[in-house]
Design a protein around this ligand. Structure first.
Ligand SMILES: [Zn+2]
Length: 265
């Protein structure tokens, strides 16, 4: 894949795995995708690897581990930033990112070397975009699909219903490989997407089963019941996704909430 270079930022952690992946697409006309956190060492490395050839900066979404380096790089290199703003409130927002060019579903970024197709994939974040490199059928997935861990869906900006729909949407594209925002390149995308969807739906079924067993529960207790197969240290993260499942189930008329207590209808 000599059209793609991956540089991983030094921001490993519970939410970020080994760190955020920054990608440089192209040979002479470079597109920088997800410049990552505003860490000097990381920015210096990007600029050094790119050798003055970056023409534009794209971000998949504006969580603080993906976009804060966009503004400083854009200022130094005098190149535009492309992306979207979130629809409403978000807890992990990088406020410094204001796109010069707003991207919409279906937009094409065409260069002499490659074409990138923009796919709007709300779910992890309302403004989440994936970018398909048409020449390689390689999808830059941001945080829509990660390697090695499950994506967090944090309401109110994150939505489980949107997430599942955005996974389904990918089946209509020709995709041979995935370049995620965290972790390594992945092949067999169809299998991966199907297994993520299955995993989410089976977790949702477990939410319903547990609520049937205990009749009612608050979010805290329900997290430990539904994620009893996951290390308790990760429950703080799992709680976000559980809330996203519950919002979806309430909308579907399967679960109800009364003063923070959830029960099956
Ligand atoms: Zn994110």
């Amino acid at each position: 894949m000599d059209l793609i270079k991956k540089i991983t930022a030094p921001n490993s952690g519970v939410f970020t795995g080994e760190g955020t992946n920054t990608y440089l697409i192209g040979k002479e006309d470079l597109t920088l995708v997800d410049p990552g956190p505003n860490i000097k060492e990381h920015i210096d490395k990007i600029i050094q690897v790119a050798q003055g050839k970056i023409q534009r900066i794209l971000v998949t979404h504006t969580h603080t581990d993906h976009s804060p380096a966009a503004l400083p790089i854009s200022k130094v290199l005098k190149v535009p930033m492309y992306g979207r703003l979130v629809d409403g409130e978000s807890s992990w927002e990088d406020e410094t990112f204001i796109p010069d060019v707003v991207l919409n579903d279906g937009d094409l970024i065409e260069t002499n070397e490659y074409t990138l197709e923009v796919i709007h994939t709300p779910g992890h974040a309302s403004n989440h975009l994936c970018f398909l490199i048409k020449e390689l059928n390689c999808l830059l997935t941001g945080d829509h699909i990660m390697e090695g861990s499950t994506v967090v869906i944090g309401p109110p900006d994150g939505s489980m219903q949107d997430y599942l729909e955005s996974l389904d949407k990918l089946h209509s594209y020709k995709i041979d490989s995935l370049a995620p925002g965290h972790g390594n390149y992945m092949h067999e995308p169809k299998k991966i997407i199907e297994s993520i969807t299955r995993h989410r739906l089976s977790r949702e079924n477990k939410v319903i089963r547990r609520l049937e067993e205990v009749y009612s529960s608050d979010l805290e207790k329900l997290t430990s019941l539904v994620y009893d197969d996951v290390s308790p240290q990760l429950h703080i993260i799992a709680k976000f996704s559980l809330e996203a499942h519950l919002i979806k189930l309430i909308k579907e008329g399967v679960v109800k909430e009364d003063n923070g207590i959830f029960s099956r209808i």
